[in-house]
Design a protein around this ligand. Structure first.
Ligand code: GLV
Ligand code: GLV
Length: 315
Protein backbone atom coordinates (compact mmCIF):
# COMPACT_ATOMS: atom_id res chain seq x y z
CA UNK A 1 0.00 0.00 0.00
CA UNK A 2 1.60 3.32 -0.97
CA UNK A 3 2.17 5.55 2.02
CA UNK A 4 1.49 2.73 4.47
CA UNK A 5 3.31 3.26 7.74
CA UNK A 6 5.64 0.87 9.44
CA UNK A 7 3.88 0.21 12.73
CA UNK A 8 5.83 -0.62 15.87
CA UNK A 9 4.79 -1.46 19.42
CA UNK A 10 6.91 0.25 22.05
CA UNK A 11 6.71 -0.14 25.82
CA UNK A 12 5.04 3.00 27.13
CA UNK A 13 7.48 3.21 30.05
CA UNK A 14 10.37 4.20 27.75
CA UNK A 15 8.57 7.17 26.23
CA UNK A 16 10.57 9.34 28.64
CA UNK A 17 13.62 8.79 26.38
CA UNK A 18 11.94 9.29 23.02
CA UNK A 19 13.40 12.76 22.58
CA UNK A 20 16.85 11.20 22.20
CA UNK A 21 16.10 9.37 18.93
CA UNK A 22 14.82 10.20 15.49
CA UNK A 23 11.49 8.74 14.52
CA UNK A 24 11.43 8.39 10.72
CA UNK A 25 8.37 9.84 9.01
CA UNK A 26 7.22 6.43 7.80
CA UNK A 27 7.26 4.90 11.29
CA UNK A 28 4.22 4.95 13.54
CA UNK A 29 4.60 4.15 17.24
CA UNK A 30 1.87 2.51 19.25
CA UNK A 31 2.58 2.74 22.98
CA UNK A 32 2.02 -0.42 24.94
CA UNK A 33 1.60 -0.28 28.71
CA UNK A 34 3.21 -3.04 30.75
CA UNK A 35 -0.12 -4.38 31.94
CA UNK A 36 -1.88 -4.34 28.55
CA UNK A 37 -2.12 -7.47 26.42
CA UNK A 38 -0.41 -7.41 23.04
CA UNK A 39 -2.90 -6.19 20.44
CA UNK A 40 -3.34 -8.14 17.25
CA UNK A 41 -2.04 -6.30 14.21
CA UNK A 42 0.39 -5.83 11.35
CA UNK A 43 3.21 -4.53 13.57
CA UNK A 44 6.70 -4.96 12.15
CA UNK A 45 8.58 -4.48 15.37
CA UNK A 46 8.20 -4.54 19.13
CA UNK A 47 10.35 -2.95 21.85
CA UNK A 48 9.29 -4.70 25.06
CA UNK A 49 10.39 -4.51 28.68
CA UNK A 50 11.99 -7.55 30.30
CA UNK A 51 8.75 -8.24 32.16
CA UNK A 52 6.97 -8.97 28.85
CA UNK A 53 7.00 -12.62 27.83
CA UNK A 54 7.41 -13.02 24.07
CA UNK A 55 6.31 -16.51 23.07
CA UNK A 56 4.19 -18.34 20.51
CA UNK A 57 0.96 -16.97 21.94
CA UNK A 58 2.22 -13.40 21.47
CA UNK A 59 3.84 -14.05 18.11
CA UNK A 60 0.57 -15.53 16.82
CA UNK A 61 -0.98 -12.09 17.25
CA UNK A 62 1.84 -10.39 15.32
CA UNK A 63 2.08 -12.21 11.97
CA UNK A 64 4.12 -9.41 10.31
CA UNK A 65 6.67 -9.14 13.10
CA UNK A 66 10.30 -8.82 11.95
CA UNK A 67 12.08 -7.80 15.14
CA UNK A 68 11.94 -7.93 18.94
CA UNK A 69 14.25 -5.23 20.33
CA UNK A 70 14.37 -6.14 24.03
CA UNK A 71 14.92 -3.27 26.47
CA UNK A 72 17.35 -5.34 28.58
CA UNK A 73 20.61 -7.22 28.30
CA UNK A 74 18.90 -10.40 29.51
CA UNK A 75 16.46 -12.01 27.10
CA UNK A 76 15.11 -14.95 29.07
CA UNK A 77 11.67 -13.36 28.58
CA UNK A 78 11.88 -14.25 24.89
CA UNK A 79 11.28 -17.75 23.56
CA UNK A 80 14.11 -17.83 21.04
CA UNK A 81 12.95 -21.08 19.52
CA UNK A 82 9.64 -19.45 18.70
CA UNK A 83 11.24 -16.32 17.22
CA UNK A 84 13.77 -18.36 15.25
CA UNK A 85 11.04 -20.59 13.85
CA UNK A 86 9.28 -17.53 12.45
CA UNK A 87 12.35 -15.69 11.25
CA UNK A 88 11.91 -12.89 13.79
CA UNK A 89 15.18 -11.14 14.70
CA UNK A 90 15.94 -10.45 18.38
CA UNK A 91 18.29 -7.98 20.03
CA UNK A 92 19.31 -7.03 23.57
CA UNK A 93 21.18 -4.07 25.12
CA UNK A 94 24.67 -5.24 26.10
CA UNK A 95 27.61 -3.00 27.06
CA UNK A 96 25.63 0.16 27.76
CA UNK A 97 24.50 -1.13 31.16
CA UNK A 98 27.64 -2.93 32.26
CA UNK A 99 29.09 -0.17 34.47
CA UNK A 100 25.78 0.78 36.07
CA UNK A 101 25.02 -2.83 36.91
CA UNK A 102 28.51 -3.40 38.31
CA UNK A 103 28.13 -0.29 40.50
CA UNK A 104 24.79 -1.53 41.81
CA UNK A 105 26.31 -4.93 42.51
CA UNK A 106 28.95 -3.24 44.61
CA UNK A 107 26.31 -1.16 46.36
CA UNK A 108 24.82 -4.47 47.51
CA UNK A 109 28.17 -6.00 48.45
CA UNK A 110 28.97 -3.01 50.65
CA UNK A 111 25.45 -2.67 52.02
CA UNK A 112 25.33 -6.31 53.13
CA UNK A 113 28.91 -6.60 54.37
CA UNK A 114 28.63 -3.43 56.47
CA UNK A 115 24.95 -3.80 57.39
CA UNK A 116 24.17 -0.39 55.95
CA UNK A 117 20.40 -0.76 55.89
CA UNK A 118 20.16 -1.95 59.51
CA UNK A 119 22.55 0.81 60.52
CA UNK A 120 20.60 3.49 58.73
CA UNK A 121 17.39 2.39 60.47
CA UNK A 122 19.09 2.49 63.84
CA UNK A 123 20.48 5.96 63.19
CA UNK A 124 17.03 7.26 62.29
CA UNK A 125 15.46 5.70 65.35
CA UNK A 126 17.91 7.68 67.47
CA UNK A 127 18.46 5.03 70.18
CA UNK A 128 22.14 4.41 69.72
CA UNK A 129 25.56 5.20 71.11
CA UNK A 130 29.00 4.51 69.65
CA UNK A 131 30.12 1.07 70.77
CA UNK A 132 32.95 -1.36 70.00
CA UNK A 133 30.54 -4.07 68.97
CA UNK A 134 27.80 -1.97 67.43
CA UNK A 135 26.75 -3.43 64.05
CA UNK A 136 29.89 -5.41 63.37
CA UNK A 137 30.21 -6.33 59.75
CA UNK A 138 32.55 -8.23 57.48
CA UNK A 139 35.88 -6.87 56.28
CA UNK A 140 36.30 -7.21 52.52
CA UNK A 141 40.06 -6.75 52.15
CA UNK A 142 41.95 -10.01 51.99
CA UNK A 143 38.78 -11.97 51.24
CA UNK A 144 37.71 -13.59 47.99
CA UNK A 145 35.10 -12.40 45.55
CA UNK A 146 33.75 -15.34 43.58
CA UNK A 147 32.13 -14.48 40.27
CA UNK A 148 29.61 -16.86 38.78
CA UNK A 149 30.03 -15.77 35.20
CA UNK A 150 32.79 -13.53 33.87
CA UNK A 151 31.08 -11.85 30.94
CA UNK A 152 31.03 -8.10 30.64
CA UNK A 153 29.20 -7.47 33.89
CA UNK A 154 31.05 -10.12 35.88
CA UNK A 155 34.38 -8.67 34.78
CA UNK A 156 33.33 -5.10 35.61
CA UNK A 157 32.38 -6.30 39.10
CA UNK A 158 35.76 -8.06 39.34
CA UNK A 159 37.70 -4.91 38.42
CA UNK A 160 36.00 -3.01 41.21
CA UNK A 161 37.21 -5.59 43.75
CA UNK A 162 40.85 -4.63 43.30
CA UNK A 163 40.78 -1.26 45.12
CA UNK A 164 38.94 -3.04 47.95
CA UNK A 165 41.86 -5.41 48.34
CA UNK A 166 39.94 -8.54 47.44
CA UNK A 167 41.12 -11.63 45.59
CA UNK A 168 39.00 -12.48 42.57
CA UNK A 169 38.08 -15.97 41.41
CA UNK A 170 35.63 -16.83 38.68
CA UNK A 171 33.74 -19.74 37.22
CA UNK A 172 32.70 -19.55 33.61
CA UNK A 173 32.43 -21.91 30.67
CA UNK A 174 34.76 -19.58 28.80
CA UNK A 175 38.26 -18.73 30.02
CA UNK A 176 39.02 -15.00 30.15
CA UNK A 177 42.82 -14.81 29.91
CA UNK A 178 42.90 -11.00 29.59
CA UNK A 179 40.81 -10.64 32.72
CA UNK A 180 43.08 -13.10 34.53
CA UNK A 181 46.19 -11.22 33.51
CA UNK A 182 44.85 -7.74 34.09
CA UNK A 183 43.54 -8.18 37.63
CA UNK A 184 45.03 -11.51 38.69
CA UNK A 185 41.64 -13.24 38.59
CA UNK A 186 41.79 -17.00 38.99
CA UNK A 187 39.54 -19.33 37.04
CA UNK A 188 38.24 -22.28 39.04
CA UNK A 189 37.27 -25.56 37.44
CA UNK A 190 33.91 -26.22 39.01
CA UNK A 191 30.83 -24.68 40.53
CA UNK A 192 31.53 -26.66 43.72
CA UNK A 193 34.93 -25.01 43.97
CA UNK A 194 33.80 -21.40 43.58
CA UNK A 195 30.88 -21.89 45.95
CA UNK A 196 33.15 -23.25 48.68
CA UNK A 197 35.85 -20.67 48.29
CA UNK A 198 33.96 -17.38 47.92
CA UNK A 199 33.48 -14.98 50.82
CA UNK A 200 31.26 -12.96 48.51
CA UNK A 201 29.60 -14.91 45.70
CA UNK A 202 28.12 -12.72 42.98
CA UNK A 203 25.99 -14.02 40.11
CA UNK A 204 26.48 -12.71 36.57
CA UNK A 205 24.97 -15.38 34.37
CA UNK A 206 22.04 -15.39 32.01
CA UNK A 207 18.96 -17.29 33.08
CA UNK A 208 18.60 -20.40 30.92
CA UNK A 209 17.69 -24.05 31.33
CA UNK A 210 21.26 -24.73 32.50
CA UNK A 211 21.31 -21.95 35.08
CA UNK A 212 17.81 -22.29 36.53
CA UNK A 213 18.21 -23.00 40.29
CA UNK A 214 21.94 -23.41 39.74
CA UNK A 215 22.41 -22.19 43.30
CA UNK A 216 20.30 -24.70 45.17
CA UNK A 217 20.27 -26.29 48.59
CA UNK A 218 23.54 -28.19 48.08
CA UNK A 219 25.44 -25.17 46.76
CA UNK A 220 24.19 -22.99 49.62
CA UNK A 221 25.14 -25.66 52.14
CA UNK A 222 28.63 -25.76 50.66
CA UNK A 223 29.17 -22.01 51.12
CA UNK A 224 31.06 -20.60 54.08
CA UNK A 225 28.84 -19.69 57.03
CA UNK A 226 30.03 -16.10 56.88
CA UNK A 227 29.63 -15.81 53.10
CA UNK A 228 27.45 -13.29 51.31
CA UNK A 229 25.42 -14.11 48.20
CA UNK A 230 24.73 -11.31 45.72
CA UNK A 231 22.29 -11.65 42.84
CA UNK A 232 21.87 -8.87 40.29
CA UNK A 233 21.32 -11.26 37.35
CA UNK A 234 18.02 -13.17 37.44
CA UNK A 235 16.10 -14.50 40.42
CA UNK A 236 15.48 -17.89 38.86
CA UNK A 237 19.18 -18.78 39.14
CA UNK A 238 18.81 -19.15 42.91
CA UNK A 239 16.50 -21.50 44.80
CA UNK A 240 15.06 -18.75 46.98
CA UNK A 241 13.30 -21.09 49.41
CA UNK A 242 16.62 -22.78 50.10
CA UNK A 243 18.23 -19.33 50.38
CA UNK A 244 15.70 -18.27 53.01
CA UNK A 245 16.39 -21.39 55.03
CA UNK A 246 20.16 -20.96 54.78
CA UNK A 247 19.96 -17.34 55.91
CA UNK A 248 17.45 -18.00 58.65
CA UNK A 249 19.45 -20.86 60.14
CA UNK A 250 22.72 -18.94 60.08
CA UNK A 251 24.27 -21.18 57.43
CA UNK A 252 24.98 -18.10 55.36
CA UNK A 253 26.15 -14.65 56.38
CA UNK A 254 23.85 -12.53 54.27
CA UNK A 255 22.44 -11.79 50.86
CA UNK A 256 21.93 -8.83 48.57
CA UNK A 257 19.27 -9.25 45.93
CA UNK A 258 18.12 -7.04 43.08
CA UNK A 259 16.18 -9.75 41.23
CA UNK A 260 13.66 -12.39 42.29
CA UNK A 261 12.12 -15.57 41.09
CA UNK A 262 8.59 -14.50 40.08
CA UNK A 263 9.29 -10.77 40.52
CA UNK A 264 7.86 -8.29 41.35
CA UNK A 265 6.67 -10.66 44.08
CA UNK A 266 9.28 -11.10 46.82
CA UNK A 267 9.05 -14.02 49.22
CA UNK A 268 7.85 -13.04 52.69
CA UNK A 269 10.61 -15.09 54.25
CA UNK A 270 13.21 -12.88 52.53
CA UNK A 271 11.49 -9.72 53.73
CA UNK A 272 11.57 -10.92 57.33
CA UNK A 273 15.34 -11.42 57.43
CA UNK A 274 17.60 -8.62 58.68
CA UNK A 275 20.76 -9.97 57.02
CA UNK A 276 19.32 -9.41 53.55
CA UNK A 277 19.23 -6.24 51.47
CA UNK A 278 16.43 -6.22 48.90
CA UNK A 279 16.29 -3.89 45.91
CA UNK A 280 13.55 -3.58 43.27
CA UNK A 281 15.54 -4.61 40.14
CA UNK A 282 17.39 -1.33 39.65
CA UNK A 283 20.73 -2.70 38.38
CA UNK A 284 20.82 -0.57 35.26
CA UNK A 285 18.78 2.32 36.66
CA UNK A 286 20.89 5.38 35.97
CA UNK A 287 19.71 8.22 33.80
CA UNK A 288 22.61 7.72 31.34
CA UNK A 289 22.30 3.98 31.07
CA UNK A 290 18.55 3.81 30.67
CA UNK A 291 18.79 6.43 27.92
CA UNK A 292 21.57 4.53 26.16
CA UNK A 293 19.57 1.31 26.45
CA UNK A 294 16.71 3.05 24.69
CA UNK A 295 18.94 4.46 21.95
CA UNK A 296 20.38 0.99 21.33
CA UNK A 297 17.03 -0.80 21.44
CA UNK A 298 15.50 1.82 19.16
CA UNK A 299 18.41 1.49 16.73
CA UNK A 300 17.88 -2.25 16.62
CA UNK A 301 14.14 -1.80 16.13
CA UNK A 302 14.62 0.58 13.19
CA UNK A 303 17.08 -1.76 11.49
CA UNK A 304 14.95 -4.81 12.16
CA UNK A 305 11.75 -3.41 10.69
CA UNK A 306 13.63 -2.82 7.42
CA UNK A 307 15.15 -6.30 7.45
CA UNK A 308 18.66 -5.00 8.03
CA UNK A 309 21.26 -6.62 10.34
CA UNK A 310 20.84 -5.61 13.98
CA UNK A 311 23.49 -3.82 16.07
CA UNK A 312 23.33 -6.31 18.94
CA UNK A 313 21.54 -9.45 17.79
CA UNK A 314 20.98 -12.47 20.01
CA UNK A 315 19.82 -16.00 19.40
C1 GLV B 1 18.12 -6.11 33.39
O1 GLV B 1 17.92 -6.93 34.23
C2 GLV B 1 18.55 -6.40 32.07
O2 GLV B 1 18.61 -7.57 31.70
O3 GLV B 1 18.84 -5.46 31.34
C1 GLV C 1 25.45 -9.81 30.33
O1 GLV C 1 24.81 -10.16 31.28
C2 GLV C 1 26.86 -9.73 30.27
O2 GLV C 1 27.54 -9.78 31.30
O3 GLV C 1 27.36 -9.66 29.15
Amino acid sequence: MPGAKIRVLVAEEVRYFLGHVDVPADVEIEWLSASAPIPEGDYKGILPLLSRRIDDAVLDRLPQLAVVANYAVGYDNIDLEATRGRGVAVSNTPDVLTEATADLTWSLILAVSRRIVEAERLARQGEWAWGPTLLLGTQLSGRTLGLLGAGRIGQAVGWRAIPFGMEVAYWDRVAQPDFEREIGARRVASLAEIVALADVLSIHLQLSDETTRLIGRDELAAMKESAILINTARGGIVDEDALCEALDSGKLGGAGLDVYDGEPRIRECLKRLSNVVLLPHIGSATEDTRRRMFELAWGNLMLGVRGEPLLTPVG
